[in-house]
Design a protein around this ligand. Structure first.
Ligand SMILES: CC(C)(COP(=O)(O)OP(=O)(O)OC[C@H]1O[C@@H](n2cnc3c(N)ncnc32)[C@H](O)[C@@H]1OP(=O)(O)O)[C@@H](O)C(=O)NCCC(=O)NCCS
Length: 146
């Protein structure tokens, strides 16, 4: 397995298949995806096939006091490759990059179905409030100090 920096466009297919299978691939593009001053994207490859992706955006959530923060978005592993440690490897690679950018906090809107995953990789719920993202489902705000 290899972890590499990838372009935003490389993430779209896995984002669409895993995160929004009922939506068109056009919906897999996020704001600031292509702005290299704001975002970066990592991919895990198995036998040269991209199988897991994650994206990181310089984005401050006012609910946290840290001045410099990143948001984790579009975390997805193809079903046949889940539970093999790939997403965890992507995060391990991302933390030093985020730190280099003088950021001390990574936060995400975590699907409640994935909360167990985020807890395993060291994230904590901020307040336990569950909120709905229309068309996707229930989420909680989670964070990790890095
Ligand atoms: C959540 C997801 C990204 C995790 O990716 P992954 O590559 O399978 O993650 P890892 O293999 O690194 O998992 C790390 C640990 O979390 C566990 N885990 C993974 N998904 C989990 C889940 N949904 N609930 C509870 N635990 C989970 C793994 O079993 C593993 O446990 P272990 O260390 O005891 O072996 C992947 O399951 C996925 O794409 N799910 C569907 C999309 C999704 O919900 N994305 C998150 C959107 S907020």
């Amino acid at each position: 397995m290899r972890v590499l920096r990838i372009s935003a466009g490389d993430t779209y297919s896995i984002r669409q298949q895993v995160l929004i299978p009922d939506h068109d691939i056009k919906k897999a593009k996020f704001e600031n995806d292509d702005d290299e001053d704001i975002s970066f994207h990592l991919g895990a490859f198995k036998d040269s096939k991209l199988v897991s992706v994650a994206s990181f955006f310089y984005d401050r959530n006012p609910l946290f006091k840290d001045q410099h923060q990143y948001q984790l978005r579009g975390m997805a592993t193809l079903p046949d490759y889940q539970a093999q440690g790939l997403s965890s490897e992507l995060l391990t690679m991302a933390f030093p990059i985020i730190k280099q950018n003088f950021c001390t906090l990574l936060w995400c809107n975590a699907r409640t179905s994935a909360m167990g995953y985020y807890e395993k990789v060291g994230f904590t719920q901020l307040d336990g409030k569950v909120f709905d993202i229309p068309g996707i489902g229930s989420h909680v705000l989670m964070y990790k100090n890095i």
